[in-house]
Write a protein that binds this ligand. Structure first.
Ligand code: ZN
Length: 253
C-alpha cells in the first residue's frame, strides 16, 4: 500500500529542502542561478562570514596567554595589599573582599573568560570580540587597598562577605569646606561663618576690603586675612516648625 503524504507534510518537507539548499549554497557545494545582484550579495556575505571566523580563531588562539597575563596582574595586585574589590553597581560602589564568592568569577580570570550565560547582571560586563556576538567575559577586578577604599566618597559594603571597611554605607561628606575670603560678597550678609580652626564667627554683618586684606565683621567677632586666607561658610539652617524653637535666622536673599 503506497504511503500517502498529507499536504501539510509535503509543505513542511519542501520548506526543509529549501532550508538545506540555502545551507548547502552557503557551503559552496551547490550552485543555483542567481541574478547579478544576488550573486554580489552572496559573495559579500560569504566573505564576511569567513572574516568573522578568522577574527574568532585569532581571539581564541591568543586567549591562553591573555588569561595567564591577567592572572599574573591579579596576583601582583593582591601581593601589593589590594585585598578589596570595588564594583560599580547602579551608580554606586560595592566593596567586597577579593575572596568574596560573588566576585570570584572576576578575580579568577580563567573563570572570567568562560562563556557563562547565566550570571548576576550587576556583576558582569560583556565585551565585543568577534562577530559571534556578545561575550560575557567578567569585568576586570578593580582591586584596592583599604586606604584607597576609604578615600572613596561613597561606597557600601557587600552584605555577603562583610569587608572590614570603616562604614557599612558611606555617604557623601556634607561637612562644609573652607573657601577663600575673596568669595565673600554682599549675598553672604546674614550667613554664618567659622574660622578654618573651627571658631564660630556668627552671622556676617559687613565686610571691609583693603589693598591686601579682607575683614569680616560678624556677630561674634571680626576675622581678617589676606586674599589667600580661607573661611568656612556654614550651611543655611533649617527652621524648626510646629511650634518648636526656631534655630534659623532669616537669610537675606
Ligand atoms: Zn562580597
Amino acid at each position: 500500500m503506497p504511503i500517502v503524504r498529507s499536504p501539510e507534510l509535503v509543505a513542511s518537507q519542501l520548506r526543509a529542502q529549501e532550508q538545506s539548499a540555502l545551507e548547502l549554497m552557503a557551503a559552496g557545494v551547490i550552485k543555483i542561478d542567481l541574478t547579478p545582484r544576488q550573486q554580489a550579495a552572496y559573495d559579500d556575505a560569504v566573505r564576511y562570514a569567513a572574516e568573522v571566523d578568522a577574527r574568532e580563531r585569532e581571539h581564541y588562539a591568543a586567549l591562553p596567554a591573555r588569561i595567564a597575563s591577567e592572572n599574573a596582574q591579579v596576583l601582583r595586585d593582591l601581593a601589593a595589599g589590594k585585598l578589596y574589590l570595588a564594583n560599580n553597581v547602579g551608580g554606586g560602589r560595592v566593596i567586597h573582599f577579593a575572596s568574596c564568592p560573588s566576585v570570584r568569577h572576576q578575580v579568577d580570570r580563567d573563570v572570567a573568560h568562560e562563556l557563562e550565560l547565566v550570571r548576576d547582571p550587576d556583576e558582569v560586563e560583556g565585551s565585543w570580540h568577534s562577530g559571534s556576538g556578545y561575550d560575557t567575559t567578567a569585568k576586570w577586578p578593580n582591586l584596592m587597598t583599604l586606604d584607597e577604599v576609604e578615600q572613596l566618597h561613597t561606597y557600601r559594603a557587600c552584605q555577603r562577605c562583610n569587608p572590614d571597611t570603616r562604614e557599612r554605607r558611606k555617604v557623601k561628606d556634607r561637612q562644609p569646606t573652607p573657601s577663600k575670603l575673596t568669595s565673600v560678597g554682599p549675598q553672604r550678609i546674614g550667613r554664618e561663618y567659622e574660622t578654618p580652626d573651627g571658631a564660630f564667627l556668627g552671622r556676617l554683618i559687613s565686610y571691609t576690603v583693603c589693598a591686601d586684606s579682607i575683614t569680616l565683621h560678624c556677630t561674634e567677632g571680626d576675622y581678617a586675612g589676606g586674599f589667600d586666607a580661607t573661611v568656612t561658610l556654614l550651611p543655611k539652617k533649617v527652621p524648626v516648625h510646629a511650634g518648636g524653637e526656631s534655630l534659623g535666622t532669616a537669610v537675606p536673599s
